[in-house]
Design a protein around this ligand. Structure first.
Ligand SMILES: Cc1cc2nc3c(=O)[nH]c(=O)nc-3n(C[C@H](O)[C@H](O)[C@H](O)COP(=O)(O)OP(=O)(O)OC[C@H]3O[C@@H](n4cnc5c(N)ncnc54)[C@H](O)[C@@H]3O)c2cc1C
Length: 313
């Protein structure tokens, strides 16, 4: 058994931290401590941290904005890497952009608008890094980021060691709130990590893009409890159409009356599970189970989480 503290200080330098509360880095504000914590400020340090974890048999988890995860109260035995890589290169001639996976979606959309490049404005207001958005194929208003991905550069673990590979959108196998990376994650100890992505944007006038962004954010504010503590939509929509929307089903089954500790569902949008009053991660998970049972018993529909539970449960 290696001494992880000395090992990671040696590999990653003094910025590496220990016993850091994950709750400080996730939108739901729950979760215990991670044994090791490292902020990767660029793709090089992101790679270095993964290699260090791999070489020492340390489990790792890549945290983007932390907007779609529920870390357990027990915390994480291993290394949490907060991805702050933030380089962006636009190529106006082809209307493409190469973005580091840690780039914030809102920042990219704004910078692109300034260059008369649009396409992603439907995602404006979705809190996310590029990596997190591609991993979960983030979307809104029936569009998703996968439609704009040309290729991704990944760090992958192969039998003979770590490799950097480039894959196209077809390989990424995007589907509703999912991708190849999300599908393989539970099966692989060391799952692939997106380092950078090339996105195909669309030439449009800046004022047109800005007004679409404004329109979308207003719609979101009207329909979603953006001022409450949540991870966005907690469950996936189990089917197409309004009557198969998770929010509709939860509301119809009466889930908004459920409460566990400080966790409850928003009265504005039933698919937003909110941390109302210092809820624990366990409160949230128990409430989610109760709501799933309620919808299944009353309406015969099985809901599935869109959020991801992380750490030991
Ligand atoms: C108020 C609110 C509104 C929301 N509205 C929407 C919405 O309209 N549409 C929507 O789709 N989502 C929505 N969400 C959910 C959330 O914004 C998205 O799921 C977002 O894409 C998560 O990105 P993230 O960077 O925070 O990822 P995280 O939550 O940090 O991570 C999510 C998963 O992605 C993995 N991951 C992150 N980066 C990488 C990488 N570089 N390589 C490989 N895997 C990686 C993580 O390991 C984890 O498994 C909302 C959330 C909130 C809080």
């Amino acid at each position: 058994m290696i001494d992880r503290e000395n090992y990671f200080i040696k590999e990653l330098g003094k910025e590496v931290k220990f016993n850091v509360p994950i709750s400080d880095f996730v939108s739901l504000k729950v979760g215990g401590k991670t044994e090791v914590f490292y902020e990767a400020k660029d793709v090089e340090s992101l790679t270095k941290a993964i290699v260090a974890a791999y070489n020492s048999n340390t489990p790792y988890f890549i945290l983007g904005g932390g907007y779609n995860v529920v870390p357990s109260d027990e915390g994480f035995q291993g290394l949490v890497i907060k991805n702050l890589s933030n380089n962006i290169i636009f190529t106006p001639e082809s209307s493409t952009v190469i973005a580091d996976s840690g780039v914030l979606l809102g920042k990219l959309i704004n910078l692109a608008a300034g260059r008369d490049l649009g396409g992603l404005e439907f995602l404006f207001g979705v809190p996310s890094t590029i990596g997190g958005a591609i991993y979960g194929n983030a979307g809104a208003f029936n569009y998703a980021i996968g439609d704009y991905v040309k290729s991704v550069t990944l760090l992958v673990h192969r039998e003979n060691g770590i490799a950097i590979e480039k894959h196209d959108a077809e390989w990424m196998d995007f589907s509703y709130r999912s991708s190849h990376l999300k599908k393989v994650k539970s099966k692989e100890n060391y799952s692939p990590v997106i380092l950078t992505a090339t996105l195909q944007l669309v030439r449009k006038r800046k004022d047109e893009i800005l007004s679409a962004m404004q329109h979308n954010i207003e719609l979101k504010k009207r329909n979603q409890p953006l001022d409450e503590i949540s991870a966005g939509s907690f469950f996936k929509n189990p089917g197409a159409g309004k009557e198969m929307a998770a929010g509709y089903l939860l509301e119809k089954a009466g889930a908004q009356k459920l409460k566990v500790g400080g966790a409850t569902f928003s009265t504005k949008h039933a698919n937003f599970l909110i941390n109302k009053k210092r809820a624990s991660a366990e409160d949230i998970r128990i409430l989610a189970e109760k709501a799933k049972n309620l919808v299944s018993d009353k309406l015969g529909v099985q809901l599935q989480e869109e959020v991801e539970y992380i750490g030991k449960w």
